[in-house]
Structure formats: structure tokens, C-alpha cells
Design a protein around this ligand. Structure first.
Ligand code: TPP
Ligand code: MG
Length: 607
């Protein structure tokens, strides 16, 4: 056997650079790195050597670097991924939240945290936590519950099995998610005689899981007997790149479609069978259909809380649930009749089984009524003295958007409002991280999206709270010449949680900055802050000014930040559905007791 002598770190980077996807490009597009003593010496040296083939990017925070990696993969429908490396201690634990983001959203990322010395010679090495009763634990054990595959590399040759397993998981449609290979820092530097064949290029193809004919037959029989079916389109439609087959299927049988956050833009918003967003942040059109549906066909959805209105939305007695999913866990949820399958080949099989069965879709007036309500709240304001609403901001953005615009967001007021109101055209023109809804995903995520699809205009929407939580990758965008538009809606605090607090009968407390314990009122100058990192930044004093700024943003040569003050209180009243947020059973406040009564009544509606 021909061998080559390399360190474990050199072998890892060489192997990673040789792994391809089915499009003939490298599966791992690059490595985000912040070095420390746990990865600079050996992994740093190895990354430098392969920097032309496997580029290294430097960010400002390990968590946000990983957000960029996650958004990159999401935007590409999991066809490619990125790696993220850190040192052994705080850098590693900074990535744990991001690993959870990737885990919930079923997105591939390769985490390469350094780990403590396998030989334990410096015991305890700098930043090592010490668990008194267990010599095998390091902080990297925090990655276990948020990794689809976890391994600690305590000998170089373990990489011979660990690395192929990592790529198997990242390219498996059902298992897909973050992988953590914790690299003991002494082991990274150790040499080993590797078989040369280990570094030959290898193609990882995401298989299309074919459905079981019996499951198709069973599901088709239930669908064929339906009167008022509805399809819930989830992220699986995107991940399977199933657009054509999906549209063909719904048109052939005339089944109305409603979209989850992850599934939005499966069909263009103005397709006659797209009844819009479903659930807590849904449209009236979609939710009315779901309430009367006798058969609910989930396609590539996890049936998350917001989709199902905490399982009170699909309320027709005797209704049946079908779940077409690549993952057996999702396909069997809530007593669903499973169709374990890739979304694309799954709908093709259902189409063959259903023959020429056609249903009567709901009247177009349902959609028209919804859009009349939605258009009213997004229209340019008549009263230009009042503080704009977030919905009016969305309207301005919609008017300024082009076909290739991608609007993205993760937490705050905007995800709900965008889900309801954004008119998404092309597939993946709407990129929402609402699996973990992680504040701080936004700016770094915008970078990842732009790296994935450089030709698209990327508009990052975020509140003042999310900006304050994580903004430093704006400097990375400046440095890397990444042109994204960032719209900060400054309502001076955590607006959406303040409204949620009020809706549970509580006093406004600790959400808006004015309601937080303070000596000095907060005076954050977002424009100056963004500008200090080198971004172009400006304030829009009105919706009209915002529209003009968004127009100018198109011609910017780097990140362009627009800040607009918005009213923290309004949200779109039309549409929407109940969501289970437990209200205290006992309280001194009359308002809370009243909210509890309403809550208990709502609980009765759960199905
Ligand atoms: C990391 C993280 N911490 C806390 C939360 C809970 N949370 C969701 S939205 C929100 C407030 C967001 O404030 P802001 O970004 O200003 O948006 P707004 O609702 O004011 O528009 C909070 C605290 C979260 N989703 N993520
Ligand atoms: Mg806010």
C-alpha cells in the first residue's frame, strides 16, 4: 500500500478538499476559522497549505461564522456546506448555539473544534474545564446533543473512519445535520502514514429516497377519498429541489398548498393554488382551508408548533394526516400515515397512484380577501408623521425588490410579518431561519447567502435587538467585499416579546429598553455603529426615504445598512392562529387571570 506521511490536521484538510458533490464541485466550499492555541499550530498550518483549494475565511465570532456556513448550505438546498474551526474552550462553546441552529434546520456544517491534549501532559491545558468525576469529558461534549455525528479524535488514524462518517451524515437526506469532529490539539500535530487512496476525490451524492409502494398506495387511497385536502409544503420541497414535480402534482390534482416558514417560495405567491403562509403566522386563506381540511398532506415538513398552531389548526373532526418525508421520525409524527420518501419522487409516485383525480380548490376569493388585508397594512403610509410600522417597511422592501432579491431573517417581529406578508416569487427568494429562530443569525447569514448565490440581491431584515446581539460580521462583509443590504427596524427593544408579554396579561417589563431597569435612557446610534465597521450606513426618516435608500443600495459596492425607527406595538391582525404560550394559573394581576381564562378555553381546541 502506498502511503504518505502527514499530520492528522494535514490529512483532514487534504481529505476535506478532495470530497466533491454531485455537481462536481467541492462539498466543503471553505473553512471559517478563528485560531487559538488549540487549532493555530497544526490545523492552521494545514489550512495554509491548502488555501487555494480550500479557502479559509476569518470572522469575528465563532457562532456567527457558523451562521454564515449554515445560511450558505440552506441557500444551496444542502448541496454544499462549509466547515468552522475554533480553539478548545470558549471558541468551541461559542459554536454550540450555531450547531443547534444547524441541527434543528437539518443543515450540514462541519464543526472542527480543538480539544484538550489526548496525552493529558499539560493537564489541565489552558481553557480546559475539569470534570471531577470523569476524565473523558471536555467542553466539546456540549456538541453531542446538537450534532448528528460526534467524534473525538484521540489518535490520528481515527480520521480514517471519522471523516467518511462525517461526509456520509452531511450528505444523507434523512440524517443530514451538523457534524462535530473534536480534534485533540496534540493529535492534530501528530504524523501518521496514511494510505494515499484515502485522499482520492470522492463524490457524495444526496440519494433520492424512493417511496415504498405500499405506503404510496395507502396514502393515495386516503387522498382519493378526501373532499377538502390541503398540502403543507415544508423545507423538504426546497431541500429536494422538487419545484417542478411539486407544481405539476398540485396542478394535476388541484390541491391547494399552504407554506411553512421553511417551505415558503415552494410555489410563487401568485400561483392560484398557493393559499399562502400557514399557522400562527399564517394567512386567513391558508388557515381557513386547514381548519376545513379532511386530509392534510405534509410534504417535507416537521409540523413545527407554528405550522400546526400548537396542534389546534387542523380541527376538522376525523381529519387524517399524511406525512411525506425523507425522515422516518417526521413521517410518523402525530399519528400521520407515513410516506417515507424524497419530496420529488414522492409526489411523482402519488401522482401516478392518484391518476386523474381532481379536487375542487377553495374559491379564489379566499386569497383575494387575504391580499386585500395584507396589502392594506403594507401600503405606503398616508400619515407621514406617525412612526412607520414594520409592515410598512415590508411594503417598501417589496416595492423595491426585484426578481432575484432574497429576503432573509431569523427572529423578532419580522419573521412572522414576512411569513404573512412577503410575496415570494422564485424558489429560495425567501430565506428564514425559523427552526431555532436564532437572534444573531441575520448579518452572518446574509453573508452566507451572498457567498452561495453571488448574483442575487440579499436583503437582511433585523430588529435592533438582533443587531445588538450579533453584528460584528458586518466588518467581515466589508472586508470580503460582500454586498448585502441590511435593514434595521429600530423599535427600541424586543418588540415582539413585549407584545407577547402584553397578550398574556402582563405589565410591559424588561423588553423595550424604556421598560428595562436603567439610569440613563438608551441612545444607540445604529448608523454610527455600522459605519464604524466600514459599512455604508444611513437613517431613513420615513417609508419614502427607505424606498429611496433601498434603490441606492443596489449600486453600493459593499454592505449597505439602512436604519428606520418603527412603532413597537402594531402587528398584522389579519390571519394568524392561536399559539400555546402557557399563561400563569395564579396571579395577583386581574389581566393575567383573564388571559388565563382565555388560554384555558383555547386549550380545549387542541386536536
Ligand atoms: C438568541 C436568542 N435569544 C432570545 C430569543 C428570544 N427572542 C425572540 S425575538 C426577541 C426580540 C427581538 O428583538 P428585535 O430584534 O429588536 O426585534 P423586534 O421584535 O423588536 O422587531 C427575543 C428576545 C431568540 N429568539 N434568540
Ligand atoms: Mg426591536
Amino acid at each position: 500500500m502506498k502511503t504518505i506521511r502527514l499530520t492528522a490536521a494535514q490529512a483532514a484538510t487534504r481529505y476535506i478538499a478532495a470530497q466533491m458533490n454531485e455537481d462536481g464541485v467541492s462539498f466543503i466550499a471553505g473553512v471559517w476559522a478563528i485560531f487559538g492555541h488549540g487549532n493555530v499550530a497544526a490545523l492552521g498550518e494545514a489550512l495554509y497549505a491548502v488555501r487555494e483549494k480550500l479557502p479559509t475565511f476569518r470572522g469575528h465570532n465563532e457562532q456567527s461564522m457558523a451562521h454564515a456556513a449554515i445560511a450558505y448550505s440552506k441557500q444551496l438546498g444542502r448541496r454544499r456546506a462549509m466547515a468552522v474551526t475554533s480553539s478548545i474552550g470558549p471558541g468551541a462553546t461559542n459554536m454550540v448555539t450555531a450547531a443547534a441552529v444547524a441541527h434543528v434546520n437539518r443543515l450540514p456544517v462541519l464543526f472542527l473544534p480543538g480539544d484538550v491534549f489526548a496525552n493529558r501532559a499539560p493537564d489541565p491545558v489552558l481553557q480546559q474545564i475539569e470534570v471531577f468525576g470523569d476524565g473523558t469529558v471536555s467542553v466539546n461534549d456540549c456538541f453531542r446533543p446538537v450534532s448528528r455525528y460526534f467524534d473525538r479524535i484521540t489518535r490520528p488514524e481515527q480520521l480514517l473512519t471519522a471523516l467518511p462518517r462525517a461526509f456520509r451524515v452531511m450528505s444523507d437526506p434523512a440524517d443530514c445535520g451538523p457534524v462535530t469532529l473534536a480534534l485533540c490539539q496534540d493529535v492534530q500535530a501528530e504524523a501518521y502514514d496514511w494510505p494515499e487512496s484515502f485522499f482520492e476525490p470522492k463524490v457524495w451524492r444526496m440519494r433520492r429516497i424512493q417511496p415504498d409502494p405500499v405506503e404510496v398506495e395507502q396514502a393515495a387511497r386516503i387522498i382519493a377519498a378526501a373532499k377538502t385536502p390541503v398540502i403543507v409544503a415544508g423545507g423538504g420541497v426546497h431541500y429536494a429541489h422538487a419545484y417542478e414535480a411539486f407544481q405539476f402534482f398540485v396542478e394535476a390534482h388541484q390541491i391547494p398548498v399552504v407554506e411553512t416558514q421553511a417551505g415558503k417560495s415552494s410555489l410563487p405567491w401568485d400561483h392560484p393554488l398557493n393559499f399562502g403562509p400557514v399557522g400562527v403566522t399564517g394567512s386567513s386563506a391558508a388557515n381557513i382551508r386547514c381548519a376545513e381540511a379532511d386530509v392534510i398532506i405534509g410534504i417535507g415538513t416537521r409540523f413545527q408548533d407554528f405550522t400546526t398552531g400548537s396542534w389546534s389548526l387542523f380541527s376538522k373532526p376525523g381529519r387524517q394526516l399524511i406525512s411525506l418525508n425523507v425522515n422516518a421520525y417526521d413521517a410518523a409524527k402525530h399519528g400521520a400515515v407515513p410516506v417515507l420518501s424524497d419530496a420529488c419522487v414522492g409526489v411523482e409516485a402519488l401522482w401516478r397512484a392518484l391518476g386523474d383525480k381532481r379536487f375542487e380548490p377553495p374559491p379564489a376569493s379566499l386569497k383575494e380577501e387575504w391580499f386585500a388585508a395584507a396589502d392594506a397594512v403594507t401600503a405606503a403610509p398616508k400619515d407621514t408623521n406617525a412612526l412607520p410600522t414594520d409592515m410598512q417597511v415590508i411594503g417598501a422592501l417589496q416595492r423595491a425588490a426585484r426578481e432575484n432579491t432574497v429576503v432573509m431573517c431569523a427572529a423578532g417581529t419580522m419573521p412572522g410579518e414576512l411569513h404573512k406578508l412577503w410575496k415570494a416569487g422564485r424558489p429560495m427568494s425567501y430565506h428564514m431561519e425559523y427552526g431555532y429562530s436564532c437572534m444573531g443569525y441575520e448579518i452572518a447569514g446574509g453573508i452566507g447567502i451572498k457567498m452561495a448565490e453571488p448574483d442575487r440581491d440579499v436583503v437582511v431584515m433585523l430588529g435592533d435587538g438582533s443587531y445588538m446581539m450579533m453584528n460584528s460580521e458586518l466588518a467581515t462583509a466589508v472586508m470580503m467585499g460582500i454586498k448585502i443590504t441590511v435593514v434595521i427596524t429600530d423599535n427600541r427593544g424586543f418588540g415582539c416579546i413585549n407584545r407577547l408579554q402584553m397578550s398574556t396579561g402582563q405589565a410591559e417589563f424588561n423588553n423595550l429598553l424604556d421598560h428595562a431597569r436603567h439610569v440613563n435612557p438608551s441612545r444607540i446610534d445604529f448608523v454610527a455603529h455600522a459605519a464604524s465597521m466600514g459599512a455604508h450606513a444611513e437613517k431613513a426618516g420615513s417609508i419614502a426615504e427607505l424606498e429611496a435608500a433601498l434603490e441606492r443600495a443596489r449600486h453600493a459596492d459593499g454592505p449597505f445598512v439602512v436604519v428606520i425607527d418603527t412603532d413597537p406595538y402594531p402587528s398584522t391582525e389579519a390571519g394568524g392562529h392561536w399559539w400555546d404560550v402557557a399563561v400563569p394559573e395564579v396571579s395577583d394581576r386581574e389581566e393575567v387571570r383573564k388571559a388565563r381564562e382565555k388560554y384555558e378555553a383555547a386549550l380545549m381546541g387542541r386536536n
